[in-house]
Design a protein around this ligand. Structure first.
Ligand code: PA5
Length: 449
């Protein structure tokens, strides 16, 4: 069962004629994405990935995952941005809400922790404390192999593993996912003899969740990665027509573009399940880094409902009208919980007796969609038949493909991220990295003035 895109609550904001006028641009964008030798040569490997995934690579991932499971209480994933958000999104979406706290024999797979996504001494110190007495394996992930945050965390945890297990013992527990030939991490892995997974050259960081980058951590956490790939492959087929009226994914991309032209410059990805919180973090990176450039782009934000209806809900209903929402709603809940009857009805909740929470959550969703639309905030809805590995693969592909199309409609390159370099250049200069001496002098002057 595929996800469904429903924009009926926003009909008053969308002129179908204008939407259809985008068809030629969508057609061009489609051709460009599907042509491996076209304008986006070297950046579109992710388009065909779900249907071109090598069985050999899958077996390698599953074999490594089994070994990690058998020798570890805890598994540490080191990476940042596209090298960690996808696996974290999948694990949080598809595992028990309190996965790491479950007794080991209930969980049956290692606890999963993340590092390398910040430069916090407090976070890393506390993580070392937690991991002290556990059997550990780690997967360091970096496409460039030179990113500072994961490199720092890897240096710390490699040292930790070598002290705990010796150099050879650590070697049995370190897995490296990086470029097939370039970068410091690839060199180090080869020199040390770590098991490696190669990220395809033509799959950029934020489009890489369906490679070993995302699939190895998912498999270690016990997620059925074959179903994830099946969900993505079915999405590949469903969204392979260039015709707007037959392609939900391209309609989503086009409607975002129309709303942007109406001044709706902020898109909030809303969810009604805490398990989807991190999916929104993945989505924000995908759209923020792909579209926010050349002075353009929709600002991707997120909200967890109904939690944030009691905080950001006020602004959404009533604040500046430059917003639209894309709402993820899961039609089926994995568990059922009923509201019981109370004799004294002291909490005045008897009007809900006999209803399950999914029904009440649905009414919150339906009520908010109508209220926010009435308040001038277009609501686009993505209905998930259920929360499952298949749906995860489906969603990932839907949003990745829509992002490629949407970037083209906006007139930007959705596959680079030149803006990310500016802070890095300043940070390196201020830290005295060789080669940055001149910039350091001018930055120091500015900081001291
Ligand atoms: O999308 C991207 O390319 C980036 O956001 C990267 O994922 C992020 O910067 C991490 O890079 P790397 O995997 O090279 O460490």
């Amino acid at each position: 069962n595929l996800i469904e895109f429903d924009y009926s609550a926003s009909n008053s904001f969308i002129d179908e004629k204008e939407l259809n006028r985008l068809q030629p641009s969508v057609q061009t964008a489609h051709q460009q994405l599907h042509d491996p030798n076209g304008v986006w040569k070297g950046s579109t490997g992710w388009v065909h990935l779900p249907v071109a995934f090598h069985q050999r690579e899958l077996v390698k991932i599953q074999t490594a995952a089994r070994k990690i499971q058998s020798q570890s209480d805890a598994f540490l994933v080191i990476g940042i941005g596209g090298s960690y958000l996808g696996s974290r999104a999948a694990i949080e979406m598809l595992s028990h809400s309190f996965y790491n706290l479950l007794p080991a024999d209930t969980r049956q797979t290692p606890q999963v922790f993340f590092a390398g996504q910040n430069i916090s001494s407090v976070y890393l110190t506390h993580l070392l404390e937690i991991l002290q007495d556990k059997e550990i394996s780690l997967n360091v992930i970096s496409k460039s192999g030179t990113t500072t945050e994961p490199a720092i965390a890897f240096r710390i945890f490699r040292d930790f593993l070598e002290k705990k297990y010796g150099k050879q013992g650590a070697r049995e527990r370190i897995y490296v996912t990086t470029d097939s030939s370039k970068g410091a991490l690839r060199q180090l892995a080869e020199q040390e003899g770590y098991e490696t997974f190669a990220i395809p050259d033509d799959v950029g960081g934020r489009y890489s969740v369906l490679t070993a980058v995302g699939l190895l951590p998912m498999a270690v956490a016990g997620i059925d990665v074959e179903s994830v790939l099946a969900g993505a492959a079915d999405a590949y087929h469903a969204y392979s027509t260039p015709l707007l009226e037959e392609n939900d994914c391209y309609r989503y991309a086009s409607i975002r573009n129309l709303l942007y032209q109406q001044g709706k410059t902020i898109e909030i990805l809303v969810n009604y399940e805490p398990a989807l919180h991190c999916f929104a973090e993945w989505w924000k990176q995908l759209y923020g880094e792909s579209e926010g450039k050349d002075g353009k782009g929709i600002f991707p934000a997120s909200a967890d409902f109904s939690t944030d209806l009691h905080s950001m809900g006020q602004y959404i209903q009533d604040g500046r009208r430059n917003l639209f929402e894309t709402v993820l709603f899961a039609e089926k809940s994995q568990t059922e919980m009923m509201i019981g009857h109370s004799e004294d009805n002291g909490d005045e909740l008897n009007f809900l007796s006999g209803n399950n929470l999914q029904f009440i959550n649905r009414k919150a969703f339906e009520g908010a969609v109508l209220a926010h639309s009435d308040g001038g905030v277009p609501n686009l809805v993505v209905r998930l038949p259920e929360i499952s590995p298949y749906t995860f693969g489906n969603l990932v592909y839907f949003f990745e493909k829509a992002c490629g199309i949407s970037g083209r409609l906006l007139g930007v390159n959705p596959f680079n991220q030149p803006g990310v370099e500016s802070y890095k250049k300043n940070m390196f200069a201020l830290l005295g990295k060789p080669g940055y001496e001149d910039i350091k002098i001018s930055l120091q002057k500015r900081l001291e003035s």
